[in-house]
Design a protein around this ligand. Sequence first.
Ligand code: 5GP
Length: 191
Amino acid sequence: MELLKQRIRQDGVIKGTDVLKVDRFLNHQMDIDLFDRIGEEFLCRFHGCGVNKILTIEASGIGIACITARFFHCPVVFAKKSQSSNISADVYSTKVRSFTHGKTYDVVVSKEYLHPEDRILVIDDFLANGAALEGLFDLIHQAGAQVVGAGICIEKAFQPGGDLLRKQGYRIESLARIKSMSEEKGIEFVD
Ligand code: 5GP
């Protein structure tokens, strides 16, 4: 998606070798006109797939998921990072290792909000090692629901998550795929 790539070139800040900060338009301040175009693009890609629910993970996926849901006319569920080690029987739970914080979290969704008849599109801001998506797919499988695929804003294609999950048969649609990035040379996209 050219508009998103342009915006990343213009406003993205590279930290070290593998972290991209997009706080100017996506992760802190949010450009809602851009989010609208992103939601529309996800609809283009997953149109006709029978999506009836969107699942994301708190916190940075929630804004994009909500705007995307306006195009699909469906509810958004966000998986919660649980502080307590006491997981109740009323939730599906999984463990996710956070790329940005290096910690492992319990991530939960109430059983009330995922059902076997659901066809679920997962939305997130970044794809790196794939832990967040794997965790969300696990929650969907626990509910007996269907994973339609994942819509990702920025995939760091030099990290293994995207290839790994595509090899497992999941449909992963990323709007901007980064081939390489460095503070010295900037960002190169896959296509
Ligand atoms: P993964 O689980 O695929 O390793 O990482 C994806 C999650 O980590 C996303 O939900 C995102 O919040 C965070 N993340 C991964 N890489 C980056 C990055 O370069 N920049 C930012 N801002 N977040 C990232």
